[in-house]
Design a protein around this ligand. Structure first.
Ligand SMILES: [Zn+2]
Length: 231
C-alpha cells in the first residue's frame, strides 16, 4: 500500500470512527430519553393532580354542607312531630328551613358540577394511563433493540480503533504531521485524483504533480493544499 493510500485509509477510518461515536451518542440519548413517553407521563401526572385538587375541594364543600343538612333534618323532624302547635312558630320554622334549603341548593349545584368533573377526569385519566402504558411499552422494546445495536457498533468501533492504530504505526511522523495540520479543514483532507483533477478543489493538476503523485511520496495539490491520493 502506497503511503498516500495509507493516509487516505487513515482518514476514512477516522471518519468512520467519528460516525460510530456519533451513532453511539444518539443511541445512548434514545435509551435515556423518550419524548413520547415523557409527554405521556407529564400529561398523566397533570390530570391526576388536577383531579386530586377537585376531589379535595369536593370533600371540603361537602363537609361544609353537612351543617345546613343536619339543621334542615332537625327542623323537618320538629315540623312533622306534631309537637309544635303555635302557627307563628310553625311559619317561622318553615321560613328557616326554606332559607337553609336555598343556600344548600347552591352548594349542591357546585357539588354536582364537581362530581361531573371528577367523573370525566376519571375517564380522561384512564385514557391517559393507556397512552402511558403504550408509550412505555414502545420505548422498552426500542431500548431492547438499541442495546443490541449499541453492542454491534461498539464492536465495530473497537475494530476500527485497532485498524487506526495499525495505520498510524505504518505512517512516518512527517506525513502524519502534514495530515494532522490539514485536519482543521472541513471534509476530506486526503483526496482522490480523478481524470487528472484534484477532487478536493476540482482543479486540473499539472503533469509534474501527477507524476509525483504516482510515486510513493506525499504530494499536495498546488491549488488547495490537500494531500493527493492517486488510486
Ligand atoms: Zn486541490
Amino acid at each position: 500500500m502506497s503511503l498516500a493510500k495509507r493516509v487516505f485509509e487513515l482518514q476514512q477510518v477516522e471518519f468512520s470512527i467519528q460516525g460510530h461515536i456519533k451513532q453511539l451518542e444518539e443511541m445512548d440519548l434514545r435509551i435515556r430519553h423518550n419524548d413520547q413517553f415523557e409527554q405521556a407521563e407529564a400529561s398523566l401526572k397533570t390530570a391526576e393532580s388536577e383531579r386530586a385538587g377537585i376531589e379535595k375541594q369536593y370533600k371540603e364543600l361537602d363537609a361544609e354542607a353537612e351543617a345546613p343538612r343536619a339543621q334542615i333534618r332537625q327542623i323537618t323532624d320538629k315540623l312533622y312531630s306534631g309537637k309544635i302547635k303555635n302557627p307563628k312558630e310553625l311559619v317561622s320554622y318553615e321560613q328557616e328551613a326554606g332559607l337553609l334549603k336555598a343556600s344548600l341548593a347552591k352548594k349542591d349545584d357546585v357539588l354536582l358540577d364537581m362530581m361531573e368533573k371528577l367523573e370525566s377526569g376519571k375517564v380522561g385519566i384512564k385514557k391517559l394511563k393507556e397512552v402511558y402504558k403504550t408509550a412505555l411499552g414502545a420505548w422498552e422494546s426500542e431500548k431492547t433493540e438499541l442495546k443490541v445495536l449499541v453492542d454491534e457498533v461498539k464492536k465495530e468501533l473497537s475494530e476500527l480503533e485497532k485498524k487506526r492504530g495499525e495505520l498510524l504505526s505504518s505512517i512516518d511522523r512527517d506525513t502524519l504531521a502534514a495530515y494532522e495540520g490539514l485536519k482543521g479543514r472541513k471534509g476530506q483532507v486526503v483526496v482522490k485524483v480523478e481524470q487528472g483533477r484534484c477532487l478536493g478543489c476540482r482543479v486540473a493538476l499539472s503533469v509534474n504533480e501527477l507524476q509525483r503523485a504516482r510515486g510513493n511520496a506525499i504530494v499536495t495539490c498546488g491549488n488547495c493544499g490537500r494531500i493527493l491520493y492517486l488510486s
